[in-house]
Design a protein around this ligand. Sequence first.
Ligand SMILES: Cc1cc2nc3c(=O)[nH]c(=O)nc-3n(C[C@H](O)[C@H](O)[C@H](O)COP(=O)(O)O)c2cc1C
Length: 263
Amino acid sequence: MTNTHAILGLMLGSGYGTLPEAWRAPGVNPDNYADIEANIRYAQTAERGGFSFLFVPDFPGVRGDVEHTGVPSVMEPITALTAIAQATSRIGLVATGPTTFPEPFNTARQLKALDAIGHGRAGWNAVTTSDPTVAANYGQGVADRSERYQRAHETIQIVQALWGSWEQDAWVKDAATGQYLDPAKLRPVNLQGQYVASRGPLPIPPSEQGQPVVFSAGGPSPHMLELAGRYASGFIAEVLDHRGGACPARDGARGGPGGGARS
Ligand SMILES: Cc1cc2nc3c(=O)[nH]c(=O)nc-3n(C[C@H](O)[C@H](O)[C@H](O)COP(=O)(O)O)c2cc1C
């Protein structure tokens, strides 16, 4: 039987609203971008209203008409959601994080810590960022699509392996016997890909949900559909235009999706 149950998510951005000059609208505090209190209020309202998750997009850079329109994203997703986690109790916390630039160990560590702090409410929106402004902030150029997706497959596999590197009962915490951890229940991941690698384990215990939920967001390229189909439990899709078309791919590169990291 088809399940028609809707799951509502609220996108959180700069704290002003999604219209380009919302920061100067009547009643909007222009300080909201650097003041987490506004997004905390929106998160608490969404939680009271029955929304299932908060979705925080990310653009780690400065672009567009910043002189007038301001910035579209939160200052930093994990930091913002950690503060929001402390002021909410049930709503899911989905942070966007690129697979293109950071080391998978950093991504795994930040998301798993958010999951532990939020008592099992974190999600990771894994995006194959291809913006030259962001690439330049990481001291890099934009790799072609086949390389970005190969790195994405390897990164997601390593991140998920690191998240699973503690068995559920590894954290013993038995003051009477003096045993804090059971080292036999910590598993190094020893994954080596073409672009990224990690030994593990991660120094963070499983959360109440085990590990964060993987989301993805992107255009309808075969590469993205394969990536999302393989790993994502949720997908943030783009809106089609009036002709039913989607935005064209932003680079002309071709090449098969990656096969991922291997032991
Ligand atoms: C609905 C939607 C939301 C996206 N959100 C983000 C985001 O928050 N941060 C980001 O770096 N990229 C974001 N992207 C970009 C995608 O991750 C990806 O880089 C882009 O779709 C190009 O993919 P392609 O190489 O398969 O064409 C988003 C794309 C779409 C369609």
